[in-house]
Design a protein around this ligand. Sequence first.
Ligand code: NAD
Ligand code: ISE
Length: 340
Amino acid sequence: MVLKVGVIGTGMIGQDHIRRLTQVLSGVEITAVTDIALDRAQSAAPAGAEVFETPEALIASDKVDAIVICSWGPAHEEQLLTAIAHGKPVFCEKPMVTSEEAALRVMKAEVAFGRRLVQVGFMRRFDADYRRLKAVIDSGTLGAPLLYKSCHRNASVPEGLYTSEMPLNDTLVHDADISRWLLSDEVVGVEVRLPRRSSKGGELRDPHIVLLHCASGAIVDVEISVNIGYGYDIRGEVSCEAGIAALPNRPATVISDAHGYRQALPADWRERFIEAYDQEFREWIVAAGEGTATGPSAWDGYAATLVADAALRAVESGVLEPVTMIEKPALYTDGISLGQ
Ligand code: NAD
Ligand code: ISE
Protein backbone atom coordinates (compact mmCIF):
# COMPACT_ATOMS: atom_id res chain seq x y z
CA MET A 1 0.00 0.00 0.00
CA VAL A 2 1.21 3.49 -0.83
CA LEU A 3 0.72 6.12 1.89
CA LYS A 4 -0.94 9.27 0.52
CA VAL A 5 0.61 12.28 2.25
CA GLY A 6 -0.38 15.93 2.46
CA VAL A 7 2.34 18.49 3.31
CA ILE A 8 1.48 21.73 5.15
CA GLY A 9 4.19 24.39 4.81
CA THR A 10 6.48 24.38 1.79
CA GLY A 11 9.36 26.52 3.04
CA MET A 12 12.93 25.34 3.65
CA ILE A 13 12.29 22.05 5.43
CA GLY A 14 8.94 21.44 3.72
CA GLN A 15 10.73 21.44 0.37
CA ASP A 16 13.49 19.19 1.70
CA HIS A 17 10.95 16.69 3.07
CA ILE A 18 9.04 16.80 -0.24
CA ARG A 19 12.32 15.92 -1.99
CA ARG A 20 12.97 12.95 0.29
CA LEU A 21 9.38 11.71 0.15
CA THR A 22 9.33 11.86 -3.65
CA GLN A 23 12.93 11.04 -4.60
CA VAL A 24 14.46 9.02 -1.77
CA LEU A 25 11.85 6.96 0.05
CA SER A 26 9.36 4.37 -1.15
CA GLY A 27 5.83 3.40 -0.11
CA VAL A 28 4.74 7.02 -0.09
CA GLU A 29 3.21 9.54 -2.47
CA ILE A 30 2.61 13.26 -1.96
CA THR A 31 -0.96 13.88 -3.05
CA ALA A 32 -1.53 17.32 -1.51
CA VAL A 33 0.32 20.44 -0.42
CA THR A 34 -0.62 23.79 1.08
CA ASP A 35 1.05 26.93 2.36
CA ILE A 36 -0.23 30.36 3.38
CA ALA A 37 1.96 31.52 0.48
CA LEU A 38 -0.01 29.65 -2.18
CA ASP A 39 2.51 30.46 -4.92
CA ARG A 40 5.19 28.69 -2.85
CA ALA A 41 2.93 25.65 -2.46
CA GLN A 42 2.27 25.72 -6.20
CA SER A 43 5.93 25.70 -7.13
CA ALA A 44 6.84 23.07 -4.51
CA ALA A 45 3.99 20.70 -5.43
CA PRO A 46 5.23 17.48 -7.00
CA ALA A 47 3.58 16.29 -10.22
CA GLY A 48 0.04 15.10 -9.56
CA ALA A 49 -0.29 16.71 -6.12
CA GLU A 50 -3.28 18.98 -5.51
CA VAL A 51 -2.66 22.43 -4.00
CA PHE A 52 -5.16 23.11 -1.23
CA GLU A 53 -6.06 26.62 -0.08
CA THR A 54 -6.13 25.75 3.63
CA PRO A 55 -4.62 23.16 5.99
CA GLU A 56 -8.16 22.22 7.11
CA ALA A 57 -9.22 21.32 3.56
CA LEU A 58 -6.02 19.34 2.99
CA ILE A 59 -6.39 17.38 6.24
CA ALA A 60 -10.06 16.58 5.56
CA SER A 61 -9.44 15.44 1.97
CA ASP A 62 -9.85 11.75 1.19
CA LYS A 63 -6.77 12.14 -1.03
CA VAL A 64 -4.75 12.32 2.21
CA ASP A 65 -4.05 9.39 4.58
CA ALA A 66 -1.42 11.14 6.69
CA ILE A 67 -0.07 14.64 7.20
CA VAL A 68 3.38 16.26 7.40
CA ILE A 69 3.40 19.66 9.16
CA CYS A 70 6.28 21.97 8.21
CA SER A 71 4.65 25.33 8.96
CA TRP A 72 5.95 27.73 11.63
CA GLY A 73 5.83 26.57 15.27
CA PRO A 74 2.92 28.77 16.42
CA ALA A 75 0.72 27.30 13.63
CA HIS A 76 1.33 23.67 14.64
CA GLU A 77 -1.26 23.36 17.42
CA GLU A 78 -4.31 24.04 15.28
CA GLN A 79 -3.06 21.79 12.48
CA LEU A 80 -2.27 18.96 14.92
CA LEU A 81 -5.69 19.22 16.57
CA THR A 82 -7.39 19.10 13.16
CA ALA A 83 -5.38 16.03 12.12
CA ILE A 84 -6.21 14.28 15.40
CA ALA A 85 -9.90 15.18 14.99
CA HIS A 86 -9.79 13.38 11.61
CA GLY A 87 -7.94 10.41 13.13
CA LYS A 88 -5.04 10.83 10.67
CA PRO A 89 -1.39 10.10 11.57
CA VAL A 90 0.63 13.30 11.59
CA PHE A 91 4.34 14.04 11.48
CA CYS A 92 4.94 17.48 12.99
CA GLU A 93 8.22 19.35 12.70
CA LYS A 94 9.64 20.64 15.96
CA PRO A 95 8.81 22.57 18.03
CA MET A 96 5.58 20.57 18.44
CA VAL A 97 3.97 23.74 19.86
CA THR A 98 5.22 26.88 21.54
CA SER A 99 3.46 26.83 24.94
CA GLU A 100 2.73 24.37 27.73
CA GLU A 101 -1.02 24.97 27.39
CA ALA A 102 -0.92 24.11 23.70
CA ALA A 103 1.08 20.92 24.40
CA LEU A 104 -1.49 19.85 27.00
CA ARG A 105 -4.33 20.41 24.50
CA VAL A 106 -2.58 18.27 21.87
CA MET A 107 -1.93 15.43 24.35
CA LYS A 108 -5.51 15.63 25.66
CA ALA A 109 -6.91 15.30 22.13
CA GLU A 110 -4.63 12.36 21.30
CA VAL A 111 -5.37 10.60 24.58
CA ALA A 112 -9.13 11.07 23.97
CA PHE A 113 -8.66 9.58 20.48
CA GLY A 114 -7.06 6.59 22.20
CA ARG A 115 -4.14 5.83 19.90
CA ARG A 116 -0.88 7.55 19.09
CA LEU A 117 -1.13 9.65 15.93
CA VAL A 118 1.60 12.26 16.47
CA GLN A 119 5.33 11.94 15.73
CA VAL A 120 7.44 15.02 16.48
CA GLY A 121 10.41 15.85 14.23
CA PHE A 122 13.23 15.24 16.70
CA MET A 123 15.41 13.70 13.98
CA ARG A 124 18.55 13.39 16.12
CA ARG A 125 17.05 10.22 17.65
CA PHE A 126 17.32 8.64 14.16
CA ASP A 127 20.94 9.68 13.55
CA ALA A 128 23.34 6.72 13.52
CA ASP A 129 25.99 8.54 15.60
CA TYR A 130 23.50 9.47 18.32
CA ARG A 131 22.07 5.92 18.28
CA ARG A 132 25.56 4.45 18.79
CA LEU A 133 26.27 6.96 21.58
CA LYS A 134 23.04 5.96 23.32
CA ALA A 135 23.87 2.26 22.97
CA VAL A 136 27.17 2.84 24.83
CA ILE A 137 25.45 4.74 27.64
CA ASP A 138 22.63 2.20 27.92
CA SER A 139 25.13 -0.69 28.05
CA GLY A 140 26.30 0.64 31.42
CA THR A 141 29.95 -0.13 30.68
CA LEU A 142 30.95 3.46 31.51
CA GLY A 143 28.80 3.65 34.62
CA ALA A 144 26.17 6.30 35.25
CA PRO A 145 26.11 9.43 33.07
CA LEU A 146 26.97 12.50 35.14
CA LEU A 147 27.35 15.34 32.67
CA TYR A 148 26.40 15.88 29.04
CA LYS A 149 27.86 18.70 26.93
CA SER A 150 25.74 19.57 23.91
CA CYS A 151 27.01 22.14 21.41
CA HIS A 152 24.43 23.40 18.94
CA ARG A 153 26.03 25.85 16.56
CA ASN A 154 24.29 27.21 13.47
CA ALA A 155 26.27 29.03 10.78
CA SER A 156 23.49 31.61 10.56
CA VAL A 157 19.74 32.00 10.96
CA PRO A 158 17.25 33.87 8.76
CA GLU A 159 17.56 37.54 9.69
CA GLY A 160 14.35 39.12 10.94
CA LEU A 161 12.41 35.82 10.94
CA TYR A 162 14.49 34.25 13.71
CA THR A 163 13.80 36.22 16.91
CA SER A 164 15.53 36.32 20.32
CA GLU A 165 13.14 33.73 21.84
CA MET A 166 13.97 31.20 19.12
CA PRO A 167 17.39 30.00 20.37
CA LEU A 168 15.36 28.72 23.34
CA ASN A 169 11.94 27.79 21.93
CA ASP A 170 13.02 26.66 18.45
CA THR A 171 16.68 25.53 18.63
CA LEU A 172 17.18 24.36 22.26
CA VAL A 173 14.25 21.93 21.93
CA HIS A 174 16.53 19.54 19.99
CA ASP A 175 19.09 19.52 22.84
CA ALA A 176 16.34 19.11 25.43
CA ASP A 177 14.91 16.13 23.59
CA ILE A 178 18.19 14.42 22.80
CA SER A 179 19.38 14.86 26.41
CA ARG A 180 16.23 13.22 27.83
CA TRP A 181 16.55 10.41 25.30
CA LEU A 182 20.31 9.81 25.65
CA LEU A 183 20.29 9.91 29.44
CA SER A 184 16.83 8.29 29.88
CA ASP A 185 16.10 11.13 32.28
CA GLU A 186 13.70 14.03 32.70
CA VAL A 187 14.62 17.70 33.06
CA VAL A 188 13.50 19.17 36.38
CA GLY A 189 15.09 22.64 36.24
CA VAL A 190 16.69 25.08 33.79
CA GLU A 191 19.26 27.87 34.20
CA VAL A 192 20.40 30.24 31.46
CA ARG A 193 23.57 32.34 31.32
CA LEU A 194 24.04 35.05 28.71
CA PRO A 195 27.66 35.57 27.67
CA ARG A 196 28.91 38.58 25.73
CA ARG A 197 26.59 39.08 22.75
CA SER A 198 27.92 38.19 19.31
CA SER A 199 28.02 41.21 17.03
CA LYS A 200 27.16 38.97 14.07
CA GLY A 201 23.44 38.71 14.84
CA GLY A 202 22.67 42.41 15.33
CA GLU A 203 20.14 42.73 18.16
CA LEU A 204 19.63 38.95 18.40
CA ARG A 205 20.42 37.51 21.85
CA ASP A 206 23.19 35.04 21.01
CA PRO A 207 24.92 32.91 22.26
CA HIS A 208 23.26 31.19 25.26
CA ILE A 209 24.56 28.77 27.85
CA VAL A 210 21.74 26.62 29.20
CA LEU A 211 22.05 24.20 32.11
CA LEU A 212 19.45 21.43 32.21
CA HIS A 213 19.16 19.85 35.66
CA CYS A 214 17.96 16.26 35.37
CA ALA A 215 15.92 14.19 37.85
CA SER A 216 18.91 11.84 38.40
CA GLY A 217 21.16 14.78 39.33
CA ALA A 218 22.98 14.70 35.98
CA ILE A 219 23.51 18.14 34.43
CA VAL A 220 23.42 18.99 30.74
CA ASP A 221 25.44 21.97 29.59
CA VAL A 222 24.12 23.32 26.28
CA GLU A 223 25.78 25.94 24.11
CA ILE A 224 23.36 27.51 21.64
CA SER A 225 25.14 29.71 19.09
CA VAL A 226 23.19 30.62 15.99
CA ASN A 227 25.55 32.89 14.06
CA ILE A 228 28.83 31.04 14.27
CA GLY A 229 29.54 31.67 10.59
CA TYR A 230 31.96 28.82 9.89
CA GLY A 231 29.43 25.97 9.46
CA TYR A 232 26.88 23.80 11.27
CA ASP A 233 28.74 22.33 14.22
CA ILE A 234 26.89 19.82 16.39
CA ARG A 235 28.77 18.13 19.22
CA GLY A 236 27.87 15.90 22.14
CA GLU A 237 29.97 14.39 24.90
CA VAL A 238 28.71 12.38 27.86
CA SER A 239 30.91 12.16 30.97
CA CYS A 240 30.15 8.98 32.86
CA GLU A 241 31.54 7.57 36.11
CA ALA A 242 34.14 5.44 34.29
CA GLY A 243 34.79 7.22 31.00
CA ILE A 244 33.65 9.60 28.30
CA ALA A 245 31.48 8.82 25.27
CA ALA A 246 31.28 11.39 22.50
CA LEU A 247 29.83 11.87 19.04
CA PRO A 248 32.56 11.44 16.39
CA ASN A 249 33.44 14.17 13.95
CA ARG A 250 31.59 13.56 10.69
CA PRO A 251 33.80 11.89 8.07
CA ALA A 252 34.94 14.40 5.45
CA THR A 253 37.79 14.62 2.97
CA VAL A 254 41.01 15.82 4.58
CA ILE A 255 42.34 18.81 2.69
CA SER A 256 45.98 19.89 3.03
CA ASP A 257 46.75 23.34 1.72
CA ALA A 258 48.13 26.72 2.73
CA HIS A 259 45.71 26.78 5.72
CA GLY A 260 47.00 23.48 7.07
CA TYR A 261 45.10 20.16 7.39
CA ARG A 262 41.31 20.63 7.44
CA GLN A 263 37.98 18.91 6.94
CA ALA A 264 34.80 20.62 5.77
CA LEU A 265 31.88 21.03 8.17
CA PRO A 266 28.26 20.59 7.06
CA ALA A 267 26.71 23.87 5.89
CA ASP A 268 23.46 23.37 7.78
CA TRP A 269 21.01 20.90 9.33
CA ARG A 270 19.94 19.61 5.91
CA GLU A 271 23.43 18.29 5.24
CA ARG A 272 24.39 17.20 8.78
CA PHE A 273 21.21 15.23 9.43
CA ILE A 274 20.34 14.08 5.91
CA GLU A 275 20.37 10.37 6.79
CA ALA A 276 18.60 10.98 10.10
CA TYR A 277 15.67 12.74 8.37
CA ASP A 278 15.50 9.89 5.84
CA GLN A 279 15.37 7.32 8.64
CA GLU A 280 12.81 9.24 10.72
CA PHE A 281 10.50 9.24 7.67
CA ARG A 282 11.19 5.57 6.87
CA GLU A 283 9.96 4.68 10.35
CA TRP A 284 7.08 7.20 10.16
CA ILE A 285 5.81 5.78 6.85
CA VAL A 286 5.61 2.27 8.34
CA ALA A 287 3.72 3.41 11.47
CA ALA A 288 1.45 5.85 9.59
CA GLY A 289 0.57 3.05 7.17
CA GLU A 290 -0.73 1.16 10.20
CA GLY A 291 -2.74 4.21 11.30
CA THR A 292 -0.51 5.14 14.21
CA ALA A 293 2.81 6.78 15.19
CA THR A 294 6.00 5.68 16.91
CA GLY A 295 9.19 7.63 17.68
CA PRO A 296 9.19 10.98 19.50
CA SER A 297 5.68 11.50 20.84
CA ALA A 298 3.44 14.37 21.91
CA TRP A 299 4.75 13.66 25.43
CA ASP A 300 8.28 14.34 24.17
CA GLY A 301 7.03 17.48 22.43
CA TYR A 302 5.44 18.55 25.73
CA ALA A 303 8.67 17.88 27.68
CA ALA A 304 10.75 19.95 25.25
CA THR A 305 8.18 22.76 25.37
CA LEU A 306 8.40 22.86 29.17
CA VAL A 307 12.19 23.17 28.93
CA ALA A 308 11.86 26.02 26.41
CA ASP A 309 9.29 27.81 28.60
CA ALA A 310 11.52 27.42 31.67
CA ALA A 311 14.56 28.66 29.74
CA LEU A 312 12.68 31.77 28.61
CA ARG A 313 11.64 32.41 32.24
CA ALA A 314 15.24 31.84 33.37
CA VAL A 315 16.50 34.55 31.01
CA GLU A 316 14.28 37.03 32.85
CA SER A 317 14.77 35.75 36.40
CA GLY A 318 18.46 34.83 36.22
CA VAL A 319 17.82 31.85 38.53
CA LEU A 320 17.10 28.13 38.27
CA GLU A 321 13.55 27.73 36.98
CA PRO A 322 11.77 24.49 37.91
CA VAL A 323 10.14 22.20 35.34
CA THR A 324 7.06 20.39 36.58
CA MET A 325 5.40 17.77 34.42
CA ILE A 326 1.89 16.32 34.70
CA GLU A 327 1.61 12.60 35.38
CA LYS A 328 2.44 10.76 32.17
CA PRO A 329 -0.77 9.55 30.45
CA ALA A 330 -0.85 5.77 29.91
CA LEU A 331 -0.77 6.30 26.13
CA TYR A 332 2.87 7.42 26.48
CA THR A 333 4.09 4.97 29.12
CA ASP A 334 4.98 2.04 26.86
CA GLY A 335 8.65 2.92 26.67
CA ILE A 336 8.33 4.63 23.30
CA SER A 337 8.85 8.12 24.66
CA LEU A 338 11.96 7.69 26.78
CA GLY A 339 14.68 5.15 26.34
CA GLN A 340 13.99 4.13 22.74
P1 NAD B 1 10.20 28.45 6.53
O1 NAD B 1 9.83 29.82 6.99
O2 NAD B 1 11.24 28.29 5.49
O3 NAD B 1 8.89 27.68 6.02
C1 NAD B 1 7.69 27.65 6.74
C2 NAD B 1 6.57 27.65 5.72
O4 NAD B 1 5.33 27.47 6.42
C3 NAD B 1 6.46 28.97 4.95
O5 NAD B 1 6.40 28.71 3.57
C4 NAD B 1 5.17 29.61 5.47
O6 NAD B 1 4.49 30.39 4.51
C5 NAD B 1 4.37 28.35 5.86
N1 NAD B 1 3.35 28.58 6.87
C6 NAD B 1 3.50 29.25 8.03
N2 NAD B 1 2.35 29.24 8.73
C7 NAD B 1 1.46 28.53 7.98
C8 NAD B 1 0.12 28.15 8.16
N3 NAD B 1 -0.58 28.55 9.23
N4 NAD B 1 -0.47 27.39 7.21
C9 NAD B 1 0.22 27.02 6.11
N5 NAD B 1 1.50 27.35 5.88
C10 NAD B 1 2.12 28.09 6.81
O7 NAD B 1 10.59 27.65 7.86
P2 NAD B 1 11.36 26.26 7.96
O8 NAD B 1 12.77 26.52 8.25
O9 NAD B 1 10.98 25.39 6.83
O10 NAD B 1 10.71 25.70 9.32
C11 NAD B 1 9.42 25.14 9.37
C12 NAD B 1 9.30 24.31 10.66
O11 NAD B 1 10.25 23.26 10.61
C13 NAD B 1 9.58 25.09 11.94
O12 NAD B 1 8.75 24.60 12.96
C14 NAD B 1 11.04 24.77 12.23
O13 NAD B 1 11.37 24.85 13.60
C15 NAD B 1 11.12 23.34 11.74
N6 NAD B 1 12.48 22.97 11.30
C16 NAD B 1 12.98 21.81 11.75
C17 NAD B 1 14.26 21.43 11.41
C18 NAD B 1 14.86 20.19 11.96
O14 NAD B 1 16.07 20.07 11.96
N7 NAD B 1 14.06 19.23 12.39
C19 NAD B 1 15.03 22.24 10.55
C20 NAD B 1 14.46 23.41 10.06
C21 NAD B 1 13.17 23.76 10.44
C1 ISE C 1 16.08 24.73 12.88
O1 ISE C 1 14.69 25.00 12.91
C2 ISE C 1 16.34 23.31 13.22
O2 ISE C 1 15.51 22.59 13.70
C3 ISE C 1 17.76 22.94 13.18
O3 ISE C 1 17.94 21.56 13.39
C4 ISE C 1 18.43 23.73 14.27
O4 ISE C 1 19.80 23.45 14.28
C5 ISE C 1 18.21 25.22 14.03
O5 ISE C 1 18.78 25.93 15.10
C6 ISE C 1 16.74 25.56 13.96
O6 ISE C 1 16.56 26.93 13.67
